[in-house]
Design a protein around this ligand. Structure first.
Ligand SMILES: CC(=O)N[C@H]1[C@@H](OP(=O)(O)OP(=O)(O)OC[C@H]2O[C@@H](n3ccc(=O)[nH]c3=O)[C@H](O)[C@@H]2O)O[C@H](CO)[C@@H](O)[C@@H]1O
Ligand SMILES: C=C(OP(=O)(O)O)C(=O)O
Length: 456
């Protein structure tokens, strides 16, 4: 069994999927209403933040996704008492008895998620040392952690890379630092926030990421007693404080999940009301959705995304940091673009290898060329990065059923959509990886009228 399939199996077990393969009969529009809970990219970080408090934190709208289970286990082996459950959407996290975990306990969680790297600052503050296992997450490029480690060193941490993970100590405590990120990395910005809030003195972070999930993490930290100001030009100031308390927070909705179901509605010619989705965090997506020919109604309770009839139009997209077009949105949308009249281009500028899912779409009949060194384009708005790729999608094409294996979270969701659009039957294996970030996606497919069953 290859390691991707192993990762998928573990994720499937964590959320209780019946098997790791789904058989889909395509050709039916998805119609109905689904709930979008808290964002994977905020909830997991807020859970880590609970380690910094002296009292219990309560987090609401928690999605039942495998990454939440991984972070829960990592917190529990460090002595955090967790009550409630991802299934019910509410977690209480009591960090009173934080303690060192054994290496066997840590090893068992190796390679399952990217979140463990964010335990560094909180564990250094609580215990004076941290051991971080090998990271998991989507395999969409090298995904180095040099910005994280450089930031931790700037705070005074001593970093020792071992074959089994990273050992970090802070013999003289952590003190505020002046840090400038080479690129506005989401994870490295969170690393600085989670470390700087309890470091001695002031921290200045230049070229920070300002994604909505980061703003919501700042809101969580402010509720805990932190002093953080976000200045213009991507600069964040943090005044370290001596202690923090627990928080009570309803997580920001998952805009990536909402965008994925929106793309599914468009690609299948259907209509999906995403309860909990909000306009303000999705404006860039909504503009592109409208340009392609999709329609949406923004309501108090959520957003309805639908195909209003007529032809879909091609578009040129450049993925970018917020407020640009998010890299996690392009994969499901590309399936809709296979149904548009004409040639679309997607420039992927954030990760150097994020079109792995495209081969399967081509096998299903899509006309997509991947340019591994990117594409020159005089109309580009995002500065060209050294390692970027582009996909050129020409449509419309009739997709037909095929055997697919999920390569990563968003690519996997795009495979599901492609199978739902295709004529005939598809089998999609390794769907456990989709459960890393899409809560109850099987129940939601059922609610939306998809025709599918789990393979034995
Ligand atoms: C759990 C989580 O929140 N995941 C999100 C987070 O990932 P993550 O936080 O890992 O993504 P980053 O923003 O850090 O990565 C952006 C770019 O910076 C590079 N980089 C990053 C760190 C580092 O130390 N060195 C370095 O070179 C990466 O290789 C990548 O090319 O933001 C990404 C960009 O919005 C999203 O696609 C992911 O869904
Ligand atoms: C890349 C993603 O997640 P992670 O950083 O957890 O791998 C994603 O959510 O698409």
């Amino acid at each position: 069994m290859n390691s991707l399939v192993q990762d998928g199996r573990k994720a499937a077990e964590r959320v209780g999927l019946l098997s790791d393969t789904i058989v889909i009969n395509g050709g039916r529009p998805l119609r109905g209403t689904i709930d979008v809970r808290g964002a994977k990219n905020l909830v997991t970080k807020a859970m880590v933040a609970s380690l910094l408090g002296d009292t219990t934190s309560t987090l609401r709208d928690v999605p039942d996704i495998s990454d939440v289970h991984v972070v829960s286990s990592l917190l529990e082996i460090h002595g955090v008492k967790i009550t409630g459950s991802a299934a019910t959407g509410v977690l209480q996290l009591d960090p009173t008895n934080v303690a060192t975990a054994t290496s066997a306990e840590i090893d068992a969680l190796s390679g399952s998620s990217r979140i463990p790297i964010l335990f560094c600052g909180p564990l250094l503050h609580r215990l004076g040392h941290a051991f971080i296992p090998d990271l998991g997450g989507c395999r969409i490029g090298d995904r180095p952690i040099d910005f994280h480690l450089d930031a931790l060193r700037a705070f005074g941490a001593v970093v020792d890379k071992l074959p089994s993970g990273i050992n970090i100590t802070a013999p003289n405590g952590l003190r505020g630092a002046n840090i400038e990120l080479p690129y506005p990395s989401v994870g490295a910005t969170e690393q600085v926030l989670l470390t700087g809030v309890r470091a001695k003195g002031t921290t200045e972070l230049k070229n920070a990421a300002i994604e909505p999930e980061i703003m919501d993490l700042i809101a969580v930290l402010q509720k805990m007693g932190a002093i953080i100001s976000v200045e213009p030009n991507r600069t964040i100031f943090i005044e370290g404080v001596d202690s923090l308390s627990g928080f009570n927070h309803r997580a920001l909705f998952d805009r990536n999940e909402a965008a994925s179901w929106a793309s599914a509605a468009l690609a299948t010619g259907g209509s999906i009301f995403t309860t909990g989705a909000k306009q303000s965090e999705m404006m860039t997506f909504l503009n592109v959705f409208r340009k392609i020919g999709g329609a949406f109604d923004i309501e108090e309770e959520g957003i309805r995304f639908y195909h209003p009839g007529g032809e879909l139009k091609p578009v040129v997209i450049e993925t970018d940091v917020h407020p640009g077009f998010m890299t996690d949105w392009q994969q499901p949308l590309i399936v809709a673009l296979t149904q548009a009249q004409g040639t679309s281009i997607v420039h992927e500028t954030v990760y150097e290898n994020r079109f792995g899912f495209v081969d399967a779409l081509v096998k299903m009949g899509a006309n997509i060329e991947v340019h591994k060194d990117g594409l020159a384009d005089p109309n580009r708005r995002v500065p060209r990065r050294a390692l970027e790729q582009a996909a050129v999608i020409t449509g419309p094409t009739q997709l037909h059923g095929a055997e697919l294996e999920v390569p990563d979270l968003r690519g996997g969701f795009s495979h599901l959509i492609a199978a739902l659009v295709a004529q005939g039957q598809s089998s999609v294996s390794n769907v456990g990886l989709i459960a890393r970030g899409y809560g109850d996606f099987v129940g939601k497919l059922e609610k939306l009228g998809a025709d599918f069953y789990f393979a034995e």
